[in-house]
Design a protein. Sequence first.
Length: 275
Amino acid sequence: MESQQLDNPFDELTGMLEDGDLLGLLRHWRDREVFVPVMVHPDTGCRLPYIQHDEPDTPFAIAACDRASVERMLESGGATHEFEVHAFSLFKLCRDCLYNGVTHIGLIGSEFMLDQTALSFFAHSALVETPDEGAMRVRCSLVTDKPVRTPLEKHAKRLAQVWERFSVGPDGISGDLDGLWVVHDAGAAVLHKPEGGEEVLRDQLAPCDAALFDQWDEAIPDYVALAQDASVPEEAATSSASASSDVDHDTRVLVLLARWGVILLGIGLIAWAVS
């Protein structure tokens, strides 16, 4: 995209999405902080991302490029609960929303919304600089089983990650898959090893890849469980529960959606972008 003065920084994001600029999205937006309203329970201090509904059973989250935009929205909407404005990386926001049943993220100041394909892309893709002569590589990660774990689970099952690996050259992302890695900690069970996948221990990874593995391995908060534990006010708890009430029995469906999203975006769009 040509350098220009943008009315809203999200214009750059939506432009890259429309152009299929996957490298630009990973370089400039995956780890960029966005701001969201977070509900604060006055008694317990529990903090939950605020989930809204535009239609029955269609939950969505909202994000802005600056705190002031969220504060103005809350003020104009006459919020009845106590709210704070928290910063999330776009990666974390998309990942947490994706696995809690949120269907899309609205961008304040833009008519564009991030759909499940975009959520899956930011949740499962990353750009890393490897030690070999500073070469850039794209990683796409797929979890092999239920990804949702609450922070209260001290002994949560640690799962393998399946990484699709792509090279980055002068012309962009290579359309050829460099191979599959099944990455896991020593002693972790590999539940589903894909054909041709090479097992790699986390300790064998380069520091940049090990850091990425740890980021993808972080527990995903379960909004329903946290709301119940905190005894959130009924209206807010209903909002949060509606966003993720089907997480437990539909997680595998969401994982499949995520996998197809990564495959379609990580292979189909990559092939389209380099064609």
